[in-house]
Design a protein around this ligand. Structure first.
Ligand code: PLP
Length: 414
């Protein structure tokens, strides 16, 4: 059993969890903060804040290169953080864990390399529900070499059309990229099944785990995908740090994306030899404190009873959906059978931006707009949505507060 796994008998107590998040006791204009913008970023427990502060207070030094004790301690904590990530996602080797600034950079690293491996006969398959990070990046890589970007359609519910997805796979498909969970709709994709289908045509598979990583457990070996990417800040960790996990044999040959210190093993004025993994993909001084604090976040998250977390989050979504369905003049956008964490909606009473503004006046933080998924909004025929997104520290009382506030919004806009 993984040493990260929760202690037997650990109980999920949302009140106790909330107490670990200092920001959740904040007031906004004299009203208690109701933070429902977790798909944008999650809040940080005290242990993560402490890990950041402790690093700077006790062992700040550059990693790998110093001949002194601080550098040694910083390197041990930093490389220990890599081990924590590897264990958390069940990587085959720690060398498969590449530190990046986040999901966006991770996808860009893979896409920059892919552009060198693609030819004009190749295709890249994505879905209609992509975040811009997992769309524009492939679109531009394809444009560079004249390859074709193919977009698998979704149904009205916001679920991927699996038949069409299968039909679009063929021997020209070089890479398939899709989200684990849609940030705009909350749809949970059948990622193992999609991966297996892509593998049947010998395509590489990248899973955008930006949203998926904080809602369950991920086992990259069981998934048998090639790349799984995520951001620390959506997993209770700091901003500016993220992970590119890739299969070792693939990453070892993948074109390097940045050159400089750390990623080389030998340099002359004329040439350079690249370092081994993971360093060949990590040029320059990394986000040392970010990696260490992300490991603290992972240890904290993995110490929870994940099944109990899922039950709690499902109850929040169920309560929110029930109230939304009964709310006159409100339409839910995204009604997939397998959904998590997100209630996207539009209201007859007004524009999503006005809804967001008026909720904020009542202490309720949601996100409005196209959620970095402009083509998806076009596909669904909405200019944007209001999106309440839930995390494990939200409560049923906060769901009630959202709908009480929405009733007031409706009256104000009438
Ligand atoms: N992919 C999805 C599904 C997302 O939700 C996000 C962020 O919202 C991203 C990619 C980009 O993540 P980041 O901005 O942390 O790089």
């Amino acid at each position: 059993m993984s040493s990260l796994a929760k202690q037997a008998g650990a109980v999920f107590d949302v009140g106790a969890i909330r107490q670990q998040f200092p920001i959740l006791s904040r007031q906004i204009d004299g009203k208690p903060l109701v933070y429902l913008d977790n798909a944008a970023t999650t809040q940080k427990p005290q242990c993560v804040i402490d890990a950041l502060v402790d690093y700077y207070a006790t062992c700040n030094a550059n990693v790998h290169r110093g001949a002194h004790q601080l550098a040694d301690e910083a390197t041990r904590r930093y490389e220990g953080a890599r081990d924590t990530v590897a264990e958390f996602i069940n990587a085959n080797s720690r060398n498969e864990v590449i530190w990046t600034s986040g999901t966006t950079e991770s996808i860009n690293i893979v896409a920059k390399g892919l552009a060198q491996l693609l030819s004009s006969d190749d295709e890249v398959l994505v879905t209609e529900m992509e975040h811009h990070a997992n769309l524009v990046t492939w679109q531009q890589a394809c444009k560079q070499v004249g390859a074709k970007l193919v977009v698998a359609p979704i149904k009205e519910t916001g679920e991927l059309d699996l038949e069409q997805f299968s039909a679009l796979l063929n021997s020209r498909t070089k890479l398939v990229a899709f989200p684990h969970i849609s940030n705009a709709l909350g749809t949970v994709n059948p990622i193992a099944e999609l991966t297996a289908q892509a593998k049947a045509v010998d395509a590489w598979v990248l899973i955008d785990g930006a949203q998926g990583i904080a809602h369950g457990s991920v086992d990259v070996q069981a998934l048998a995908c090639d790349f799984y990417v995520f951001s620390g800040h959506k997993l209770f960790g700091p901003t500016g740090i993220g992970v590119l996990w890739g299969r070792q044999d693939l990453l070892a040959e993948w074109p390097v994306w940045q050159t400089g210190g750390e990623m080389i093993s030998e340099v002359t004025y004329q040439d350079a030899v690249w370092n081994v993994l993971p360093y060949r993909m990590e040029a320059g001084t990394p986000d040392i404190s970010g990696a260490i604090a992300l490991a603290a976040a992972i240890r904290w998250f993995a110490g929870l009873d994940i099944q109990a977390v899922q039950v709690h989050e499902a109850a929040l979504l169920e309560a929110a959906t029930r109230q939304a369905e009964a709310f006159d003049g409100l339409t839910i956008v995204g009604t997939a059978a397998d959904k998590v964490g997100v209630l996207s909606f539009v209201m007859d009473a007004g524009h999503p931006a006005d809804i967001g503004f008026l909720l904020d006046r009542q202490g309720i933080a949601i996100r409005t707009g196209h959620h970095c998924a402009e083509p998806l909004m076009d596909r669904l025929g909405v200019p944007g949505t209001a999106r309440a997104s839930f995390s494990l520290y939200n409560t049923l009382e906060e769901v009630d507060a959202l709908f009480a506030a929405l009733s007031k919004v409706k009256t104000m806009l009438a």
